[in-house]
Design a protein around this ligand. Structure first.
Ligand SMILES: [Zn+2]
Length: 236
């Protein structure tokens, strides 16, 4: 096996297994939701591909060999395992993110219910709990309304998250997309995004939310990301 074959096999196994986390945390129904992971090898990292879930396959039937290998245009690499199926209908959005955000190693999309409820109102999730400050470094922002079928979802994700601390964006009237340094990191962001959406929703039912001062948010974020064993490397 070449280095590339090994890298692809590892990402196939990783992405396939990570889909179980979406089910475990109640983020998906039926065949909805998708995880992808980047495959980048070569001295100049010139080979740049990603592995994504097939479209319309039951979560119980997902396996490394039916994950689909695509290039960064979102085109299926012919003759590879799984290439007889269609990739996830969100493949163009994932591809756009990888093309335009070179540090992203994984992308996740779900319709997790509490996050979608915030997206349906077009309302960002305010940073009112320390766990959100740790994980997202501020509010979870809303991205533009965009229809599937061209680059508009991907463009909305990239425009909203570029230069933003949050690894999650709530695409308006649609739902969360998350990014990470790895597929696992993006899955963690999806789990934490739904947790924040649910908790802040509950909090608001009982009364007014108390904002956390920006300097406290900054301190929490910096400590968690840089000191508390959560450096970029630890999330790979
Ligand atoms: Zn969707």
């Amino acid at each position: 096996m070449t280095d590339l074959d090994e890298a692809i096999a590892a990402v196939r196994a990783d992405v396939s297994a990570l889909h179980a986390e979406l089910v475990r945390y109640g983020l998906v129904v039926w065949t909805g939701g998708n995880v992808s992971g980047r495959v980048r090898v070569g001295e100049d990292r010139s080979t740049d591909l990603f592995v994504i879930k097939p479209s319309g396959v039951s979560y119980d039937d997902l396996a490394p060999e039916n994950m689909i290998l695509c290039d960064l245009d979102g085109t299926v690499v012919p003759g590879t395992p799984g290439s007889d199926r269609s990739p996830s209908s969100d493949t163009a959005a994932h591809a756009y993110v990888y093309r335009n955000m070179p540090d992203v190693g994984g992308v996740v999309h779900t319709h997790s219910p509490y996050a979608v409820a915030w997206a349906a109102r077009g309302e960002e999730i305010p940073c009112v709990i320390t766990g959100m400050a740790d994980e997202f470094g501020g509010p979870i922002p809303v991205g533009p309304f965009a229809i599937i079928g061209d680059d508009s979802i991907g463009r909305g994700i990239v425009e909203t998250l570029t230069g933003h601390r949050s690894r999650a964006v709530l695409m308006q009237n649609h739902g969360p997309f998350t990014i990470g340094v790895s597929a696992k990191d993006a899955v963690k962001a999806a789990v934490m995004c739904e947790d924040a959406a649910r908790t802040v929703h509950f909090a608001r039912q009982g009364g007014e939310l108390i904002p956390i001062p920006q300097e406290k948010i900054d301190a929490l974020y910096n400590r968690y990301q840089n000191v508390y064993g959560q450096s970029t490397d630890a999330r790979r």
